[in-house]
Design a protein around this ligand. Structure first.
Ligand code: F6R
Length: 235
């Protein structure tokens, strides 16, 4: 893992954008994308750049079960608002949280990932060390799956909803096995509340109890952290 420390999220977005640009210069075709507050500064850099993304395909990590793409809290809506409406892509994929048969939707999404191998995957990290919505205890071998969100994740995500009761209890998430197949991974983490998870991810044992620790096994990972998120690193 290569760790890059930056002053703040703004600079983190610029760093991540520089890595993306370098990968695009090498001819990548497929981006794996994340939602949440972390990648917003990267998406701002992309939107304000002169770069054209209309030859790229994107495959998002996850979506809440039960929310339509028109729901402002859905991840499809988030992606349209922050990136796709402003910078068109060739094709964009987000799991369908409203699919009638969720197992079928997982299989469909696995096919999409198989047809569009991810060149560069953008990740955030949960306070409990989750990546995507792969919560602690999730097997490293799973592909796209239905996830029951932990109380810690529901608590963290309630800031986007009017009340905690409105936060969906389940999500569809790309699995860790699929994330690990990405050729390159950029994980960003900003803020004090990520410090413990970041330290365990980089310096702790590889364990399913801290899903992001699996990234130690991947040959091409860049971690971009601000000073606060790096504050519990010892090395
Ligand atoms: C979002 C995702 C999640 C977030 C994580 C951090 O698509 O997969 O793993 O990256 O929950 O969320 P923020 O960035 O809001 O702190």
């Amino acid at each position: 893992m290569k760790v890059i420390q930056v002053k703040h999220a703004q600079e983190g977005g610029k760093q991540a954008f520089a890595q993306l640009k370098e990968a695009m210069d090498k001819g990548i075709t497929t981006l794996g994308l994340a939602t949440g507050s972390t990648p917003v500064t990267l998406y701002q850099e992309m939107v304000t750049s002169a770069l054209d993304f209309s030859h790229l395909t994107s495959v998002n990590l996850d979506e809440y079960v039960g929310l339509s793409g028109e729901n402002p809290q859905s991840y499809r809506y988030f992606m349209n608002e922050h990136l796709f409406n402003k910078k068109p892509f060739k094709e964009t994929f987000v799991p369908n949280g409203q699919a009638k048969d969720l197992d079928e939707e997982c299989a469909r999404y696995n096919d999409i990932i198989a047809q569009h191998p991810i060149d560069l995957q953008v990740l955030g990290i949960g306070r409990n060390g989750h990546i995507g919505f792969n919560e602690p205890g999730t097997s490293f071998d799973v592909q796209t799956h239905v996830v029951a969100l932990t109380d810690s994740t529901i608590e963290a995500n309630k800031r986007y909803f009017d009340s905690i009761e409105e936060v969906p209890t389940h999500a569809l998430s790309m699995g860790i096995a699929s994330i690990l197949k990405s050729k390159q991974i950029i994980l960003m983490a900003f803020g004090k509340e990520k410090a413990a998870a970041v330290a365990k991810m980089i310096e702790g044992p590889v364990t399913e109890q801290l899903p992001a620790s699996v990234l130690q096994m991947h040959p091409n990972v860049i971690v971009i952290v601000d000073e606060q998120a790096a504050s519990e690193l010892t090395k």
